[in-house]
Each structure stands twice: as C-alpha cells, then as structure tokens.
Design a protein around this ligand. Sequence first.
Ligand code: ADP
Ligand code: MG
Length: 478
Amino acid sequence: MAQNSTLVNGWQPVIGLEIHVQLQTNTKLFSPAKNQFGEEANTLVDLIDMGLPGVLPVLNDGAVKQGIAFGLATNAEITKTMVFDRKNYFYPDLPKGYQITQLHYPIVKNGIVDVEGKQVRIHQAHLEEDAGKSMHDVYDSESVVDLNRSGVPLLEIVSEPDIRSAEEAVKYLKKIHQIITYLDISDGDMSQGSMRCDANVSIMRPDDKEFGIRAEIKNINSFRFVEKAINFEIKRQIKVLESGEKVEQETRLYDSVKDETRSMRTKEFANDYRYFPCPDLVPHEISEDLVKEVKDNLSELPEEKQKRLMETHNLNEYDASVLCADKSIANFFEEVAKGANAELAAKWIIGDLNALLNKNDISLKESKVDAANFSKLIQNISNNTISGKIAKDVLDEVWQSGEDVAKIIEGQGMQQISDEGELEKIIDKILTENISQVEAYKSGKDKLFGFFVGQVMKATHGKANPSLVNQILKDKLK
Ligand code: ADP
Ligand code: MG
C-alpha cells in the first residue's frame, strides 16, 4: 500500500467542499433590484424578491455568462440546457417558501482544478438565488429579516470528495478564490459572505472500499476556520468510531470561539425538499455563440498572468507566482513597475510589503499604501537617494500615515549621503578616534572592516551610501 502522509492515527480523512460564491452582477438573479452589499436593510428589494404572488422571475444574462466563465476556467462542460428547480422549505428569510436552484441540469459539470499539482474534480457548479438574512441581535426581543440579499445570484461549486486533509481543503478553497477573483465574477470576500464554504468530512481506513459516513459543516466564513473546523471534525469522528459508535450523517455548525463543531440537525434527504422544475422559468438554452462570446472576453487567468509577468518583467517563476497568488497584489505590482525597476519592486512587494499585510492581517485595498507612492519608494532606492535600510523606515511611515514618499524623505532628512567629501570627513574622524583598531586591522585583523562600516553608519544614522563608504574606507586603510 502506498504511503499516505495525510493519514491521522491510521484514518484517511475524505473531504468534499460546497462553495457558495456571490456573483458580481448589477442586478439580482431574477429581479431588477440592485445587487449590492452594505446598503440600508430592505432597500434593495423588488416584488420578486419579496415573493409576492403574480410576479415572474426573469433570468439575469450576466449571471449566466459568469457561470460560463467559471466553467471555461476550470475546463468543465458547459451545459446546453439548464433547468431551474424549486427547492421547497420554510424559513423567515425565504418569503417565497422555495429557493430557485439547479438540481439535475446545472450550468457547469465535470471541471478540474489544479491544486499544487493535484487535480481536484468539480462535480458541478450551479446557479441559485441567495436567501435574505435573519438578524437576531438588532432588537432585544425580536428577530428581523433583511431581504437585500434575497435573490442575489450565487454560483454553488461542488467538488468531488477528492480532498484528503484540512490543509489541502484550504489550498483548494484558495484556488477557487483565485479563479473567481481573476475572472472578476466575485469579490470573494469571505468576511462579507461573498464566499462561503460547507465542508463535508468523513474518515475511512486506507484500504476500505467505501467512504465513511460524512458530516457537513455549514457556512464556514474564513480560510482559517475551514482548516480548524475540518481538523476538529476529523478528530471527533475518530473518537466516535474508535469508541465503537457510528458517525451520524448530519449537519453541524462550527463555533469559532470554542473551536468545535456542534450538531445542528440530522441530514434531511434531498427529496424532503420536494424539488420540481420551476414552472415560471422555461428550460434555458445556452448557445455555442454565447459560450464563444464569453471565451473571447475571458479575463486573464492566474497562470497566464504569471507567464506574462515573467516574460515582460524578467521575473523568476517563484517571484511571479507569489505575486500572482492574489490578483490585487499582481495588479499592484504592474502599476508600480510602470515607473520603477521591476525586479526591485517585486522583491519589496514580496518581502516587506507582504510582511506588513500579513502582520496586520489586512488586504492591500484596506491599507494606506498606493501603487504610485510605492513606486516612488522603489525609485528612490534604485537611484540611491535612500539606502535599503532607510527604505524600510520610509515604508513603515507610509504604512502608518499614507504620506507621500518624497515628503517623508525630505521632511526627515533621510536622503542618503553620497557626497564623497562629506563622507571622507566623517571617516577621517572615525579613524583618528579608533587608532588601536586601525593598527589591528593593518596588522591582519580583516574582520575589523565591518566595525568601521558600522561606525560610519552609526555616525550618519544609516544614511551613508554603503558602496561609497566601502570604497573610501578601503582606500584609507591601505
Ligand atoms: P447531497 O446530494 O447530499 O448534497 P452530494 O453527493 O451531492 O450530497 O455531495 C455533497 C458534497 O459532499 C460533495 O462536495 C461531495 O464531494 C461531498 N461528499 C460526498 N460523500 C462524501 C463522503 N463520504 N465524505 C466526504 N465528502 C463527501
Ligand atoms: Mg448539497
């Protein structure tokens, strides 16, 4: 039997993800109401979204095109005929009493996603409408419903159970996030619910013929929680099975405060929903012309962008792939490189800027760093106005205040000292103050060179041009 590094105590975890992605259309899936996040409650609601009788849904072509784009990006089959079904259930945030979705004839089938060399299959991706949002903490004693989200188009992406660890699940999720943001079909913001993930988890012995019974953990809203929830669930199922009990097929919730999953309800079977084709929407044909149109207008995908950056900016594969992991970072790099040395820009984005973003756990968009200003920083490094060391201080200042790089450098007198005469004076003083070290150096203690450089840097508060300092010191210590 092949070695398998994803076993946990001799158990093989098996995971399939269902990812809901809110599409970035102007209007909702079946109504002319605006599709926008963060507006005042119940202001973006059409009669159709309220589920009033006598109104008819009209399919949003934009959402169809976005679904096709996802299918093309994952080498999937685009269906010729889509059928919308009603999934019937009662909940206060669903005034119609049913959700319009696609059960048997989804827009996209049989896709493939490459996750660091491993192929994860996509069973299907289907279009459906989002529900409204129940809110329990606005008033003390009553719950209220905001229907702004009702009818917002979702693409639900269902993977095959091909994933074998929590870590791999996160990588897959990040890959999907990368694809949808590159395609511009969603902002993929998990904290705002534009991308939400249900994780199906089971465990089996490596030589079992069949998968184990799975639990589905609903609505996990961050990459980190996906990893934690799955790992908790794997351990829980191991405990259950090793104590001779059975895993129940059920829906569970992840509690991020307690870092545990809890039973929500035992799994309802599909036919409980009494699915049937929605009589308000006839089967919808997708023409080859439409698929071609979407294909011709498809946004650049991560691999393509990476290749282009390597070619046009002479980047190595590693740097290009790190930059392209996040579309906003890759775009930022391209902006910066318009006016500054590309390799140096890549180095500073991948190193210092990424470190700041990670440490503060915010996105580039939320930060105070903009491309034009960052470009100035790189220019000032490459034309020797400031040293690399000082550049870190300037970047910190930009990070804090968003202040203009040129103003920071001037205002704080951070310009590098590249005036030979000025540096010579400073160096002469240091050498006369450290006669014994000079003698030791001259009698063979080469390592002391670093000491002299250090003294010059100290005296100039790190502003001396390092290569000039080296040159002058070498001359004077001959
Ligand atoms: P349902 O019809 O109940 O929604 P599906 O067969 O469509 O179930 O599967 C839903 C999700 O669960 C898919 O992402 C699939 O990969 C995953 N899945 C199915 N069986 C298992 C299993 N035994 N262990 C883990 N995940 C599974
Ligand atoms: Mg399902």
